[in-house]
Each structure stands twice: as C-alpha cells, then as structure tokens.
Write a protein that binds this ligand. Structure first.
Ligand SMILES: Cc1cc2nc3c(=O)[nH]c(=O)nc-3n(C[C@H](O)[C@H](O)[C@H](O)COP(=O)(O)OP(=O)(O)OC[C@H]3O[C@@H](n4cnc5c(N)ncnc54)[C@H](O)[C@@H]3O)c2cc1C
Length: 459
C-alpha cells in the first residue's frame, strides 16, 4: 500500500473522520490518510481502479451529506506548510493548512491573508468556495487572490492550474472549486498589505436588539469600502440568552491609510453603534492583523449544527422588522446564530481574471446555524428580500448539497458542469457540494432552482 489506510473498526478510522461540524457521521469504506502529493495521486488511482467514489476532508468545517458506501475519503490534514514570499507578497500553502498558520507566517511582513471569521477553518475548502472574511468589502473574496492551484484530477495527474495554463479550470476552481474537480494539494495566493486594522466586536443585550439592528442597518447604508461589518443574533450559553454581536473591521484600502488616520475613521464609523445601546463587551480597537480572529470570536470546540443561508438584495426597514419578529427578543427561534454579513465594495466587483464566485450581486448574506433536531423559520421570514441565490460556503449539513446549484446563476452553473465533465466525466468526486458533470451534448442546463423560485418555505 502506498498510503496509510484505515477501515471501519480499525484504530484510526474514527479519529481520522472526526471534523468540526459533527452534524454528519461519515462511514466510507476506507480513509486514506495522505502525507504527500505522491500519496494523493496513489490514493486517487487506487480508488478509480476499484470504482470507488472519492471524498476529500481537511478540517471537517464544511460537510454536506455523510460519505458512506464504497467511497474512499482522502484526509489531507497532514499536508501542512506555509511559504510566504514577502517580495512577491504571496503565500503558497499545502492542502491541510489552517488559516491561523498563514496569518502568523504573513504577519511579520505586514501582509494579510484573506482568512474568514475562524482561524481554524481550512484554507483550501474556504478559498474554493469563494472565501468571505472580515476584510471582504475592502479586499474582496479570497478566491480572487489565488494565482495558482495544484490539483490531482481523477486521471491521477498533478496539474499546475493557472490563468495561462488551464484558464477554464482556473476560473472554475476559484469560487466553484467545491464542484468536485479533484484534490487540491497546494494553493498560491496574493497577500494584501494590511498590518493593522481598527476592529473587534461589540456585544449587546438581546433586549437592545431593535436599537442595535436599526443602527447597524443605517451604518451599512453609508459604509465606505474601508468598513466590513456583520451582525449576529446569538443564543449561546456564554451570553446567557439572546445577545447581539456586531463585528467590525476598518482597514486601509490598498494599504494606504486614510488621511484622518485609521483610528479616527474607525471611531467615526463605529460611533452610531456605540451610541445605539450600552455594549456589555467592546473589543473594537486598533489591533495587529495577527489578532483578526478576535473580531468574530467563533467557537473552537467541535459541535453539530445545520448551516443554511440565503443572499439578500437589500436589508431595509421592513426586512429589519421581519428579522426581529422571527429571531429577536421574544421570538420562538431555535437558531444558535442568525447572522447578517454586509457585502458590496470589493466583494461586489469581479477581479481582473474572472472567477466563478456566484454571490457578487447580493448586498447581504443571511445565515442560520441551527441545532440538529430543530428547524429555522428565519430564512422563510426573509424570503421576500432574497436574491434566490446562496453562498456555497454557508451551506453545511445533510441536504445542503442539493442547494449548491442555487449558489450559481444558470450560466455559471452550466459552465461549471462543463468543466466537471472535462476533468471528472465519471463523477469520481461526487461528495460534498459537488455538481454533476454536464450530460454529453448539453449546452446549458439551468439549475432546478432557477425555475422553482420563489419558495413558500425556504430551505
Ligand atoms: C466556525 C466556522 C467559520 C466559518 N467562517 C467562514 C467565513 O468567515 N467565510 C467563509 O467564506 N466561510 C466560512 N466558513 C465556511 C468554510 O469556509 C467552509 O465550510 C469550508 O468549506 C471549510 O473547509 P475545510 O477544509 O475547513 O472543511 P472540510 O469540511 O474539511 O472541507 C469542506 C469541503 O471543502 C472541499 N475541500 C477541502 N479541502 C479540499 C482539497 N484539498 N481538495 C479538494 N477539495 C477540498 C471539499 O469539497 C470538502 O467537502 C466557516 C465555517 C465554520 C465552521
């Protein structure tokens, strides 16, 4: 055997499968615990020769349906490593690398990888889905910073995918990369020059939700691209009931600090939030980018939950009222978290080399994190403001794989399926949020969702 393999009942099988979101229990026929690119290639060839579908797991932060049957699950968590090139302002990372490792390696050079809210999320899974983080409005999606992808495809080949060498696959991997094109073994991406920011979180009592939400909505209406902000209605034990968590990051655009100074601009932008109600915790201040994880303070202990989201065209006063009625004080809301993230700015613009990111036209994401045995009514309440689209990274748990088509418009979806047909015609990589290959001869196949909207009840 050219790679470590664990089968059900063998020591190592369960440990290898355990991920962050415990909503699913994967039961593949075997787990391949790969330690090198050569082992990735060997494992893919092994599976293909035996007709086994292949799944990929890194940290287990974003599962869809459970992987079972005769599948081989490739665990890439041992493929670690970060190389920062300060002169080129790029980082090259191996498949199992988590964001905090890149943040730490880039910080001494005053550079900022476009990580998400949690430092424990895997760089590759996050970036393949787009990658929307605390600097989204200032610097855009992480996928748009990618310059090269090393990918092992179903034929066992290692491909160096760049805009010049394989333009269509390069387009698809950045934002549509979870469609099942192969196993990414490494990524290279640009690092914006952000050494520090004015940011952190403000926590308010649930009773002040209406005042805080109203102030936040007005702040987002006038926000410059220097400000990225999100708001979550949290029902977690730490806050003892409903709490409102507002996250802000004010960063210098293109690395150029505003004339009035970063702190002064940040204070001005955050003032209406501080004046809306007394915050019981306020960590917003000038901070090194190295501490970016303190903005969201995401949970670090594994837990089981469904994650589902829709995209909003706008968030007006009526939407605010609908959100308060469905998730505010007194509402019967089972969700641990209901989160709004403000989009637009750099996240709304296509990069110079276009990518498959599907959520650029939206103004906000609305995401719910719900316990395993409960259901959320919040997305249905906000359905009148939905674009009809989704953001693929904010879909986790069984059933979300069927919503993936809604993460792309009909043209992008058809184009992704055509790329899938070229590189994985036998649908070897069919797990997670993979798309089916286009049928031979198919020109444009619209996602089922394109004709099925609007829904009475929103998944
Ligand atoms: C606490 C938390 C915070 C988050 N914050 C954000 C955020 O701020 N912004 C955002 O955009 N997303 C966020 N996410 C979502 C996250 O980006 C996605 O779930 C992402 O897919 C996780 O990737 P992973 O490798 O860590 O997880 P995994 O569950 O291991 O992988 C998820 C999927 O990614 C693909 N994948 C992973 N590695 C490879 C590889 N080497 N080759 C091919 N495919 C691969 C596979 O399709 C796999 O099924 C968050 C998730 C959690 C749980």
């Amino acid at each position: 055997m050219e790679f470590m393999q664990f089968r059900p009942g063998e020591s190592g099988y369960e440990t290898e499968l355990a991920g962050f979101d415990r909503i699913v229990s994967h039961r593949p026929a075997a787990v391949a615990a790969v330690r090198s690119v050569a082992e990735v290639r060997a494992a893919v060839r092994y599976a293909v020769q035996r007709g086994m579908p292949v799944a990929v797991q890194s940290t287990g932060h974003g599962p869809a349906a459970a992987v079972g049957g005769d599948s081989l699950l490739l665990s890439v968590r041992r493929l670690r490593g970060v190389h920062v090139d300060p002169a080129a302002r790029t980082a090259r990372i191996a498949a199992g690398t988590r964001w905090q490792e890149v943040v730490d390696a880039a910080a001494p050079h005053g550079l900022a990888p476009l990580c998400g809210s949690s430092p424990l999320v895997g760089v590759v899974g996050y970036t393949l889905g787009g990658g929307l983080g605390p600097l989204a409005r200032t610097c855009g999606y992480a996928a748009d910073q990618v310059t090269a992808v090393s990918l092992v495809t179903a034929d066992g080949r290692l491909r160096e995918v760049t805009a010049e060498r394989e333009p269509e696959l390069f387009w698809a991997l950045r934002g549509g990369g979870k469609s099942g094109f192969g196993v990414v073994t490494a990524l290279t991406f640009r690092l914006p020059p952000v050494a520090r920011l004015y940011g952190g979180g403000l926590r308010f009592a649930g009773a002040d939700a209406a005042a805080v939400l109203g102030a936040w909505r007005r702040v987002t209406r006038a926000a410059p691209e220097a400000l990225t902000t999100s708001l979550a209605l949290l029902r977690v034990p730490r806050d003892g009931g409903l709490a409102v968590h507002v996250r802000v990051a004010v960063a210098a655009e293109q690395g150029r600090e505003p004339e009035q100074g970063l702190e002064s601009l940040g204070e001005e932008l955050v003032r209406p939030l501080r004046e809306a109600a007394p915050a019981f915790a306020d960590t917003v201040r000038i901070r090194p980018y190295r501490t970016v994880a303190e903005i969201h303070e995401d949970p670090v202990e594994p837990m089981p939950y469904h994650e589902r989201g829709i995209l909003l065209r706008e968030f007006d006063a009526a939407a605010e009222a609908a959100l308060l009625a469905s998730a505010g004080p007194g509402a019967e809301c089972a969700d641990w978290a209901v989160e709004l993230r403000h989009l637009g700015g750099a996240a709304g613009r296509a990069p110079a080399v276009p990518s498959a990111v599907g959520s650029r036209a939206a103004a906000f994401t609305l995401t719910t994190l719900t316990p395993p045995d409960a259901d959320s009514g919040v997305r249905t309440a906000l359905a009148p403001w939905s674009t009809g689209g989704r953001y693929v990274n904010f879909l986790a748990g069984p059933g979300t794989e069927r919503l993936t088509a809604e993460a792309y418009d009909a043209e992008t979806y058809a184009r992704l399926r055509a790329v899938k047909r070229k590189y994985d015609p036998e649908n070897v990589f069919r797990h997670g949020h993979a798309l089916p290959p286009a049928a031979t001869g198919a020109q444009r196949t619209a996602p089922a969702s394109a004709t099925a909207r609007p829904h009475r009840r929103v998944s």
